[in-house]
Write a new protein. Structure first.
Length: 142
């Protein structure tokens, strides 16, 4: 009888340990997903910064031209007409072409701008003037 009670207590302790380990693994998974989400947000912030500090000049020019065109459109066309055109486009898009894949142009643009980590990774390596791969040192001076 005592042996049976000891076995039951041991099983209960094992199940508590397993339950604790499962909770620990669940907490670990949540922490990893939160860390990945924060990394993604920081990456988009760095990409926006790099779009306007001329890290990739072509993309910066493209952003400046798009913002100037948007400013002129908003200045000359009343907001009521712009909202009306946007709504008609939004609600008739599936009727005009039902097999199109939705995309976000702003996120497509930001995906082409490098983040700070990518800028460091893809920086061009500078060759030191004394070390050239074509020149070899002679081992024997004679």
């Amino acid at each position: 009888m005592v042996f049976y009670i000891i076995l039951r207590l041991q099983k209960m302790l094992d199940s508590e340990r397993k339950g604790f380990m499962n909770k620990l693994y669940a907490i670990q998974d949540v922490c990893i997903s939160v860390q990945n989400a924060l990394d993604e947000v920081a990456s988009y912030g760095e990409r926006i910064k790099n779009a306007f500090n001329w890290t990739v000049p072509f993309l910066s020019w493209l952003a400046i031209v798009a913002l100037c065109v948007a400013t002129l459109v908003i200045y000359f066309i009343p907001l009521r007409y712009l909202v009306l055109a946007w709504g008609v486009n939004k609600f008739t898009k599936k009727l005009r072409d039902p097999y199109t894949i939705d995309n976000n142009e702003l996120l497509d643009f930001l995906s082409r701008v490098p983040s700070d980590v990518q800028v460091v990774q893809y920086r061009e390596l500078k060759l030191e003037p004394g070390h050239s791969p074509n020149k070899r040192k002679k081992n024997n001076p004679g």
